[in-house]
Design a binder for this molecule. Structure first.
Ligand code: NAP
Length: 248
């Protein structure tokens, strides 16, 4: 039976690249998305066209009910979970901290960290050898913003990724003896639509000259790191925060 991977936010950007590469490498892939049904369907169609198995499941990862439904649907349709890629994440419009609203902060942390916690909870319940599972791997999609801080753009986003890094370290130790590896990838400036949702579609090009490698990265370059962390090639790696940022 093939390995089963859930990718949250798998309809576009880094999540879609991860889902497609996972399909190529033989995973059955559960592609979660929030709203863009046709984008998720296109990812599933690409995987199936290449001979793989995939399934699209709608759900807002800040909703506990939607998270539980995602994991139960994946169990029922694809079989026992082996890898979770905790990728769904948002930015808000660029703004200084003094202008933040409570609503902005609640949404940011609900999606980027509470949702990520709900997903790892569901994954551990299924994977832990202590609970009858067969082990597995969790890859959290963090950001270099966790250490840069996101000044004048989105300190709230950076803080949510800092929380994700701490969760990665703590959870990795909690479940290391139960067959589960937990790691994070920290992408730098990657060409995806997320920058448009922050109000600046050309953000990567504006900042790319400051990257030591002097370019932005592609979603595929991040996906390859995620697939490595998920695989047995990384069998002795847990609790790691792996940079994928061209040296930024
Ligand atoms: P993106 O192109 O904006 O795609 C975001 C994906 O997440 C979409 O599939 C979207 O689905 C989904 N999503 C958003 N909110 C969701 C929710 N509440 N529940 C479920 N799915 C949700 O973003 P991206 O650049 O690929 O980013 C992916 C991850 O990488 C994020 O965690 C981000 O913080 C991180 N990251 C990105 C960069 C970068 O430069 N791009 C750098 C560092 C870290 P719908 O389209 O259906 O709404």
């Amino acid at each position: 039976m093939s390995e089963v991977m859930i990718v949250t936010g798998g309809s576009r950007g880094i999540g879609a690249a991860t889902a497609r590469l996972a399909g190529e490498r033989g995973y059955a892939v559960c592609v979660n998305y929030r709203s863009d049904t046709s984008a998720a369907a296109a990812v599933v169609a690409d995987i199936e066209k290449a001979g793989g198995r995939a399934l699209a499941v709608a759900g807002d990862m800040s909703s506990e009910q939607d998270v539980v439904n995602l994991f139960e649907t994946s169990d029922a349709q694809l079989g026992p979970l082996t890898v979770l890629v905790n990728n769904a994440g948002i930015v808000d419009v660029q703004s200084r901290v003094e202008d933040y609203t409570l609503e902005r902060l609640q949404r940011m942390f609900a999606v980027n960290i509470t949702g990520a916690f709900l997903c790892v909870r569901e994954a551990v319940r299924r994977m832990s050898t202590k609970r009858g599972g067969a082990g597995g791997a969790i890859v959290n999609v963090s950001s270099v913003a966790a250490r840069l801080g996101g000044p004048n753009e989105y300190v709230d986003y950076a803080a949510s990724k800092g929380a994700m890094d701490s969760m990665t370290i703590g959870l990795s130790k909690e479940v290391a003896a139960e067959g589960i590896r937990v790691n994070a990838v920290r992408p730098g400036l990657i060409y995806t639509d997320i920058h448009a949702s922050g109000g600046e579609p050309g953000r990567v090009d504006r900042l790319k000259d400051g990257v030591p490698m002097q370019r932005g990265g592609s979603a595929q370059e991040v996906a390859r790191v995620i697939l490595w962390l998920a695989s047995d090639e990384a069998s002795y790696t847990t609790g790691s925060l792996v940079e994928c940022s061209g040296g930024r």
